[in-house]
Design a protein around this ligand. Sequence first.
Ligand code: ZN
Length: 409
Amino acid sequence: MIKKVLLIVMDGLGDRPVEVLGGKTPLEAANTPNFDALVKKSQCGLMYTLGRGKRPGSDTAHLSILGYPIQEYYNGRGPIEAAGVGIKLKAGDVAFRGNFGTVDSSWNCIDRRAGRITNVAPFAKALDGTIIDGVEFIVKPGSAYRAGVVMRGVGLSANVSDADSHNAGDNIHAVVPKDNTKEAKHTANVLNKFMKYSYEVLDKLPENKKLEEQGKLKANFLLLRGAGKFVTLPKFSQKWGFKNAACIAGGGLYKGIGAFLGMDLINVNGANAQVNTNLEGKFNAAINALNEYDFVFLHIKPTDSLAEDGKPIEKREFIEKIDKYISLLNKVDNETLIVITADHSTACELKAHTADSVPVMFYCNGIRNDNITKFGERDFAKGSLGILEGKDIMPNILNIMGKLPIIGA
Ligand code: ZN
């Protein structure tokens, strides 16, 4: 009887054949004995996370895989990022992704990341709790130069332009409403007052004086983008009938997805979403978490970042590095279903996400395995799962667990 689930998502794992890898994809070219041993005992297939011909973002792809249709639950990246920095969102909140940046006195953007400043906690603290026209601004620091920002108040709208230049050198314009509603006009008006206030506060901050003295760029502007209105949504564990769920990730967006869906975040030292991330620590944390949680989501980022940088050889090498830790999964008991997949393909050649399908495999005691011998995109085309969509994953998991409701009598 399967009682627990470990879902492993390797970001942007799928790819296209690459010449320097002899016409194989990085996954096909990788030497992966531990993955292959698991594949042989698994049921396999391919998946279009958002459906055919749809090019997924990481946020929308994860929501689909975790069983939250994006038409219903996706309102921009702001609320997910805000959840990821620990803000408890309420219905009606409008949330943004924020960057601390550097501007001159005419608000020409000099650097969108304030010289890649690594700690913005004092800057976020200076703005956190600001109230303008009855609207509260919640500002919490994220990793490096990033922040999560929430506007809380009555009658707000996410249908406003960004408070962001998007390019260094460009001037930051006033925020404008994107529709004629009084909510959008009110929100734009409050945001414009906040931009002015936050620039005045930040520019004079002692921390910025220190940066200036050191010849560094000041963090004197809070750039805001990706506005999204938060709608209450069912907790993942309740929606799918689990006791509790945990998320292990290094990247802010993925922690955000876990927090957004009400999962507990498990922090692992050295899990930084970079190539030198602590993979061993993450796998061990996931395996240990299965003693306490009946759903564990483990996210691994660099497969995507390396492809975005156009590095197929390094992507292959990183897949081989992950493979070393796959043998740790031998410690998982036989009441656990292991699902291994990706959120989307990222083609090294294009340095971009593509709408190509990704491999997906289900391994557990008693699964109807396909006897496929290699972990790879084209090998998985022979799998008995055929071609799935992201929305099929959770029902398939419930089916394996014997928890899927019957249709008819
Ligand atoms: Zn992704």
